[in-house]
Design a protein around this ligand. Structure first.
Ligand SMILES: CC[C@@H](C(=O)O)C(=O)SCCNC(=O)CCNC(=O)[C@H](O)C(C)(C)COP(=O)(O)OP(=O)(O)OC[C@H]1O[C@@H](n2cnc3c(N)ncnc32)[C@H](O)[C@@H]1OP(=O)(O)O
Ligand SMILES: [Co+2]
Length: 134
């Protein structure tokens, strides 16, 4: 069902400082900052030859990454994102196999303008898993 690794997301408390680490220390190509108001995060994408890194900083009072950063104040890997051909078919198969889809179960438009869904970390080896329609 799953295809390419679209991105690995890292939650950080200071996205400017985190971007500088990737740009200046690691010499990577970094995007500008984008406020993703529907998702309660600000993002920066790092382009690598084979995938992307998504830096996430909390945005607003109800950010879904706030508690994660409370528990991991230095930041840390927050989720992985796999591409799927048909996100509704993937969701329905996963639910039939016992996986929990987060939120209301309906895809939202993600950072790349494509539908995304999140799967509960407890169902995937302690790893929050995002699906993005290819
Ligand atoms: C920019 C758009 C998009 C894209 O296109 O790329 C994005 O990436 S948006 C990214 C931010 N959005 C989301 O993460 C949405 C989905 N996430 C959620 O709904 C919540 O974060 C969550 C997964 C339900 C957790 O919410 P939280 O408030 O932290 O709840 P709990 O503290 O009760 O956590 C329950 C349980 O799960 C463990 N947990 C939480 N987050 C993670 C994580 N990232 N990875 C692994 N495990 C996680 C948490 O520790 C709790 O475990 P126990 O303590 O053992 O109960
Ligand atoms: Co993501």
């Amino acid at each position: 069902m799953i295809g390419r690794l679209n991105h690995v997301a890292i939650a950080v408390s200071d996205i400017d400082a985190a971007t500088a680490v990737y740009r200046d220390t690691l010499g990577a190509e970094v995007s500008g900052k984008v406020a993703q108001t529907e998702h309660g995060v600000t993002t920066v994408f790092i382009t690598l030859p084979n995938t992307k890194i998504e830096l996430l900083e909390p945005l607003g009072e109800n950010s879904p990454i706030a508690r994660f950063l409370d528990k991991n104040p230095a930041g840390g890997i927050h989720h992985v994102c796999y591409e799927v051909e048909d996100i509704l078919a993937a969701r329905d198969q996963l639910v039939a196999r016992g996986a929990r889809v987060l939120g209301d179960g309906e895809p939202k438009i993600g950072a790349h303008g494509k539908p995304v869904l999140f799967l509960h970390p407890k169902d995937f080896l302690g790893t929050l898993t995002e699906l993005e329609q290819a």
